[in-house]
Design a protein around this ligand. Structure first.
Ligand code: HEM
Length: 188
């Protein structure tokens, strides 16, 4: 027997006896105790009690995490190449966090820009790490976006029913190129 089935099966028996004992303690009539005992073997009850074993599934917040990342049904063909999208999201978060931090110390003035960058590199706590993370993150973003698109092209992710998704991706790519021109032109 499959290990999960065995697990559910064993648990079901335990659960049914627990229901029985609880009903006796509650002082229910013999008829009710028997009816509840029989009902406790129903498919719905088994699923419900099996789910109750794992608070991660029933909790409002962790339940969302569980539904999206643990119990989410996925096509069997997807591989590690489908990680590029999440990696892009993580890189975007890194770029925003480091970008906002750099902007707190950067001065966009012709006379002051250079020295403000020197200030970030020398004086600001961990400033050099933040700047290098931002600069390398920008390159990482492009490497990942090319890999993400290549994956999409190779596996036909642009085709129906993902035409609109692909089109939004093209817009994101154009925005990315425009932003890169603005950002990189200020770099030495
Ligand atoms: C900021 C840039 C982007 C981010 C954060 C991002 C994020 C994601 C994420 C998280 C996924 C789901 C996981 C995966 O399949 O990798 C995904 C899927 C997808 N992305 Fe992107 N993406 C970006 C850019 C693009 C671009 C430029 C295109 C195309 C021109 C594109 C087209 C697609 C398509 C077609 C899918 C569905 C793939 C499938 O289900 O087979 N994305 N993206």
């Amino acid at each position: 027997m499959h290990s999960v089935c065995l697990h559910v099966y064993t648990f079901t028996q335990l659960h049914s006896y627990t229901v029985c004992i609880k009903n006796i303690i509650k002082g229910y009539s013999l008829t009710k105790i028997i009816v509840n005992f029989v009902n406790s073997f129903s498919y719905d009850q088994i699923i419900k009690s099996y789910y109750c074993m794992r608070p991660i599934k029933t909790n409002a917040l962790t339940g969302i995490f569980n539904d999206f990342f643990v119990d989410s049904p996925m096509p069997t063909n997807i591989s590690y190449m489908w990680n590029f999208g999440s990696l892009l999201g993580a890189t975007l978060a890194l770029q925003i966090a480091t970008g906002v931090t750099l902007a707190m110390h950067y001065c966009p003035n012709t006379d002051l820009a250079f020295s403000s960058v020197e200030h970030i590199m020398r004086d600001v706590n961990s400033g050099y790490i933040i700047r290098y993370a931002h600069a390398n993150g920008a390159s990482m973003f492009f490497i990942l976006v090319y890999l993400h698109i290549a994956r999409g092209l190779y596996y036909g992710s642009y085709a129906k029913p993902r035409v609109m998704l692909w089109s939004v991706g093209v817009i994101i790519l154009l925005l990315l190129i425009i932003i890169a021109f603005l950002g990189f032109s200020g770099q030495k």
